[in-house]
Write a protein that binds this ligand. Structure first.
Ligand code: NDP
Ligand SMILES: O=C(O)C1=N[C@H](C(=O)O)C[C@H](O)C1
Length: 251
């Protein structure tokens, strides 16, 4: 079998540069295009890319993916900024392109995926929950896509368990002091030089606190997840949201 033909969009960025190295180092993959800002998307089809790894910016990802899907190129997406509206648009595009798959991974780190799973499991047992995500100061979006997804999963689990609003007697607060509410879960975003990507999910109930913490110490830690996505997405038509769907976590 020939090597899978892979392109990286956002190839000069922090994640994109790492993805270029990871694809080049993989025996079963061939890097056929590395696009930066201003490069023509047609380069993807001219190079015969089968899969594009999209690691750019929330402002650019929709246009890039629309091109990929319309031209029969599968997508593996790490870029953040996903809303229900954006997902609906992408699903509509995929419906017109049978056989094409797109994986959106809020986080490619295996530990981060497990953090989300564990947080979902823990959610029904605790009255209170807050999320603290901490990142490098070059990050464009806040809160992180991982924190948003974690909050949504926790909120769904709380609702399913019949839990109501969290206890919080705050009546006066400076703007932002209680974080952003994502589906009722307070999320606090820290931006600090020296950090890469970190998250704590803090649960509390009478007399006990459970903290689930994950730290990405470098960006190469995301690459096994990126490569797994590249290998699996070609056989998985439609939209897959979350790397957990390729990890057999219940196996
Ligand atoms: N899912 C995951 O596990 C992870 C996801 N991310 C996400 O990935 C995205 C990228 O992160 P990061 O690498 O740190 O960001 P960077 O800013 O370092 O890299 C983004 C790159 O994309 C380029 N770019 C912007 N627009 C376009 C475009 N239209 N076409 C081609 N290239 C473009 C930028 O160019 P220029 O510099 O000129 O703007 C830059 O080189 C973010 O959304 C981030 O949150 C990050 C880490 C892990
Ligand atoms: O911008 C980053 O760096 C990261 N972005 C993703 C996110 O927003 O969750 C994944 C990881 O946290 C690193």
């Amino acid at each position: 079998m020939g090597k899978q033909r892979v392109a990286v969009i956002g190839a000069q960025g922090r994640m994109g540069a790492e993805a270029v190295r990871a694809v080049e180092a993989a025996d079963d993959l061939e890097l056929v295009a590395a696009l930066g800002r201003g490069d023509r998307l047609e380069t993807l089809t001219e190079a015969g890319a089968e899969v594009a790894v999209e690691l750019t910016h929330p402002d650019a990802v929709m246009e890039n993916l629309a091109f990929c899907v319309a031209h029969g190129v599968h997508g593996v997406v790490g870029t953040t900024g996903w809303t229900d509206e954006r997902l609906a648009t992408l699903r509509g595009q995929l419906a017109e392109a049978p056989g094409i798959g797109v994986l959106i991974a809020p986080n490619f780190g295996i530990g981060a995926v497990l953090t989300m799973r564990f947080a979902r499991q823990a959610a029904r047992f605790f009255e209170s929950v807050e999320i603290v995500e901490s990142h490098h100061p070059g990050k464009a979006d806040a809160p992180s896509g991982t924190a948003v997804r974690t909050a949504q999963l926790v909120a769904e689990a709380r609702r399913a368990a019949g839990l109501g609003d969290q206890p919080d007697a705050t009546t006066t607060a400076l703007d932002g002091a209680r974080g952003a509410s994502v589906d009722g879960v307070p999320v606090h975003a820290v931006r600090l030089r020296g950090l890469v990507a970190h998250q704590e999910v803090r649960f509390g109930d009478e007399g006990e606190v459970l903290t689930i913490a994950h730290d990405s110490m470098n960006r190469s830690s995301f690459m096994p997840g990126v490569l797994l996505g590249v290998r699996r997405v070609v056989g998985t038509p439609g939209l897959t949201f979350g790397l957990e769907h390729f990890l057999d976590l219940d196996g």
